[in-house]
Design a protein around this ligand. Structure first.
Ligand SMILES: Cc1ncc(COP(=O)(O)O)c(C=O)c1O
Length: 259
């Protein structure tokens, strides 16, 4: 008998990660403070095949921001799977909305489209589809619902980087999608998250909301509303960029451990 354990997760840090973080520590200040964010956000958008990404302090903040950018507020209902991490649901409550819990599908452990459809009401403002443990929901049925009822889907891909459905990557299905880079995730920045979307208006709204309500490009600190401060540091963005360069290896290793 052995007590040797196989961790299901954990960081894989190479010399590149160490070098990028050291470089950010030395150089990413003043006019270069955003260099690593720009590189990481662009590389992640290319990896997903989406137009816009925003690097954030956590996936929880990304979900909060996505809901706020969609206009979810008091009196609104948001449908969430009844098996997930609390972070998929808690931000609905931050905004005064009501979480409505849908069943999961016994096969993929992700939200069941039939259960979602049965729970829709005139107050439903959004659906959060979680890709639990990197498993993929029935995106054909969910996207069909989203179009038919004109209700946006937030794709919670916190655990799903590297997963695919009909050969498209996790994070490219929702109107807005979110990732986690917590230390337990396949790609880590220590703590961290990201929001991705093809919707330019939503992206611009999220940029204002995550910067204390400052219009994009404002240089005079004229905040036009009370909002949030959700930013990743350069050191984290540098770590994320280095991790993304070896993402195929990280995903392959995860699959190997699962096997
Ligand atoms: C499905 C799911 N959603 C959201 C989160 C929240 O991520 P974070 O810890 O980066 O806020 C997690 C993190 O474990 C998660 O597993």
């Amino acid at each position: 008998m052995t007590d040797a354990r196989i961790p299901v997760s954990g960081p894989w840090i190479t010399e590149r990660e160490v070098q990028y973080v050291a470089d950010a520590t030395r150089s990413a200040w003043y006019s270069k403070h955003h260099v690593y964010h720009d590189k990481f956000e662009r590389a992640f958008a290319e990896y997903l095949g989406v137009k816009h990404t925003i690097a954030l302090p956590s996936c929880t903040s990304a979900i909060h921001l996505a809901l706020a950018a969609l206009g979810v507020g008091a009196g609104d209902e948001v449908i969430v799977p009844d098996v997930t991490w609390i972070a998929s649901a808690a931000p609905v409550t931050y905004l005064g909305g009501t979480t409505v819990f849908a069943d999961i599908d016994a096969l993929n452990w992700c939200i069941d489209p039939a259960s979602v459809e049965a729970l829709l009401t005139p107050r439903t403002r959004a659906i959060i589809a979680v890709e639990l443990y990197g498993s993929m929901p029935d995106w054909d049925a969910l996207r069909d619902l989203s179009v038919r009822y004109e209700i946006p889907i937030i794709e919670d891909a916190a655990e799903a980087i590297g997963s695919r459905y009909r050969n498209r990557p996790a994070g490219s299905f929702g109107q807005v999608s979110v990732f986690s880079f917590h230390g337990s995730k396949t790609l880590t920045t220590g703590e961290g998250g990201l929001l991705a979307t093809d919707d330019t208006a939503l992206f611009q709204r999220a940029q204002v909301l995550r910067d204390h309500g400052r219009p994009m490009g404002d240089r005079y600190f004229r905040n036009t509303e009370v909002a949030f401060k959700y930013k990743m540091s350069s050191m984290q963005a540098a770590l994320g960029l280095a991790q993304l360069k070896q993402i195929d290896k990280l995903v392959a290793r995860k699959r190997e451990i699962f096997g």
